[in-house]
Design a protein around this ligand. Sequence first.
Ligand code: SF4
Ligand code: SF4
Length: 221
Amino acid sequence: MILSEQKPFEEILGYLEGEKNIFVLGCDGCAQSSGSGGPVQVEEMKKKLAGAGKKVTGAKVISFLCEKALVKTGLRGRVDEVAAADSILVMTCGLGVQAVAASVNKVCHPACNTINLGGSRGEWPGSERCKECGQCLLDYTGGICPLTACTKSLISGACGGANKGKCEVSPDRDCGWELIYNRLKSKGQLGKLKVFLNPLDHAKLMPRPAMMSTSRYALEQ
Ligand code: SF4
Ligand code: SF4
């Protein structure tokens, strides 16, 4: 189980600035259980977007957006609705947003933050990784997590040490920031690199105090 919560609507609207047509994508897995991106929340989001002057070209709730094969098959019947949209608003955890951004040639915006649970909670079917930072940055990085794709977890750009696209720390790995640059370029979003990001709130990279005081958490540590 990955726990997520919706970002403030104002933050989401900020991501959608300059865009009119939006396709909304929800997840019937953990996001449904979290109450952040299941069928109920997708319907609510459609109304909120319409109230904010946006046109929802379509919406779909797919089981497990973190699985790229399911994303592709789930959207097969919605090609026209997705094509008509300026972007996709993805209402799920960081794994799901990354999987959608890697599967669909469309700008993808995260609608949720992934909450830190302090440990492993199950298998990841895909190659995406999320550090559960509680302040998802995927809108600025083309849907590639800078905390996990970059060996140093840099959030403000490359360290400059990459060699032929490989990380200076782990030469067997692609440089995460080169991947981010190439993804942003392919989606016409290089301007995102000019956005100044505040330093991470490291308190959000820890489980919440209420959770750390539960006996279940104590047993799992
Ligand atoms: S920025 Fe990365 S670590 Fe943070 S929530 Fe998004 S995917 Fe997860
Ligand atoms: S080479 Fe790339 S992936 Fe490696 S630490 Fe530097 S920016 Fe991060």
